[in-house]
Write a protein that binds this ligand. Structure first.
Ligand code: ADP
Length: 306
């Protein structure tokens, strides 16, 4: 039976000023998944290593996303999925998106690529609907396409791949506390002032221009979020200290990864990203909260055979 093992990248959604529209794909943080074609129609999940997640197809984002793809093809094919989870669920580093995208990419590959990678986005979004109640694309788009992506619109879906400057590195701290996505959405305000809107779209435009021009200073200046971060950061103990330590250590900028609790900083070059990691570690240890720190460059490939 045909089988493939794939790397399913972790992702940073929002990237500070791009709430619900921007995302980036990580190279050094992700899960692995093995998908094998079977003789029985449908999808089974026979193994999940590393975490306690549902094996039931309709309760696991990999199963739901894979079934959405098979339904669209009216296919009688069958697949078994084994997941090696390295990204903790609920970390804010796109754990559910990693599984949704890995499943649809691998199944599409085993079927001879009836869809382009971009066309897989809506199926992976069905997995996100199961995870969070909302079929959002800001994690699944960069997980599938790699690099930075802009979700200009979800209805109709309009996703644009943006360039990723080669020396850009992310430092991500995951404090091991639980923040419910529903809570981090509920506390947001539904209105914003014209003044804040102007600041935000100035920064978003600046960040996109900085990526195209490989202008690290412009990227750094633009990594400012006056809309979401002031509210959501309250849920993350030590957020202010982490960000300050990262900036003092030379980071270009940073913010909350997805809906948190992970916090990211972007730096120019790996050495700087390592210095930022040391600074964050030093400032966070006294908080007495367990944490992981990841250092990663940008993954330009998306999901790929591994
Ligand atoms: P993250 O914050 O890392 O993006 P999410 O909050 O999006 O993670 O998704 C985690 C939720 O999705 C959890 O409720 C988890 O039980 C559910 N889930 C179902 N299947 C999976 C899977 N294969 N991988 C990760 N999470 C899954």
């Amino acid at each position: 039976m045909k089988s493939i093992r794939v790397f399913c990248p972790g992702t940073i959604a929002n990237v500070s000023c791009g709430f619900d529209v921007l995302g980036l794909s990580l190279a050094g943080v992700g899960d692995y998944m093995t998908v094998t074609q079977t003789a029985t129609k449908g999808i089974t999940i026979s193994e999940i290593l590393g975490q306690d997640l549902p094996l039931e197809t309709t309760q696991n984002v990999a199963g739901v996303a894979g079934l959405a793809l098979l339904e669209a093809l009216e296919s009688d094919a069958g697949f078994d999925i084994k997941i090696d989870k390295r990204i903790k669920a609920g970390s804010g580093i796109g754990s559910s998106a990693a599984s949704s995208t890995g499943a649809v990419w691998a199944i599409n590959h085993l079927l001879g690529n009836p869809f382009t990678t971009k066309e897989l986005i809506p199926f992976a979004m069905e997995g996100e609907r199961l995870a969070s109640g909302v079929a959002h694309a800001d994690n699944v788009a960069p997980a599938l396409l790699g690099g930075f992506t802009l979700v200009r619109s979800t209805d109709p879906l309009d996703v644009i791949s943006l360039p990723s400057p080669g020396e850009l590195y992310a430092t991500v701290i995951h404090p091991q506390i639980e923040i419910k996505t529903a809570d981090s959405r509920r506390i947001l305000k539904s209105n914003l002032s014209l003044k804040d809107a102007i600041t935000q779209w100035g920064n978003l435009g600046g960040l996109v221009a900085g990526l195209y021009r490989e202008d690290y200073e412009l990227i750094g200046r633009s990594l400012q979020d006056v809309v979401i971060e002031p509210i959501r950061s309250i849920l993350i103990p030590g957020f202010t200290e982490i960000k300050e330590a990262a900036l003092n250590a030379g980071a270009l900028g940073g913010g909350i990864s997805g809906s948190g609790p992970s916090v990211f900083a972007l730096s120019k070059g790996k050495d700087n990203a390592l210095k930022v990691a040391d600074a964050i570690r030093n400032v966070y240890e006294p908080f007495g909260i367990s944490f992981d720190i990841h250092i990663s460059n940008i993954n330009k490939k998306g999901v790929y055979p591994a």
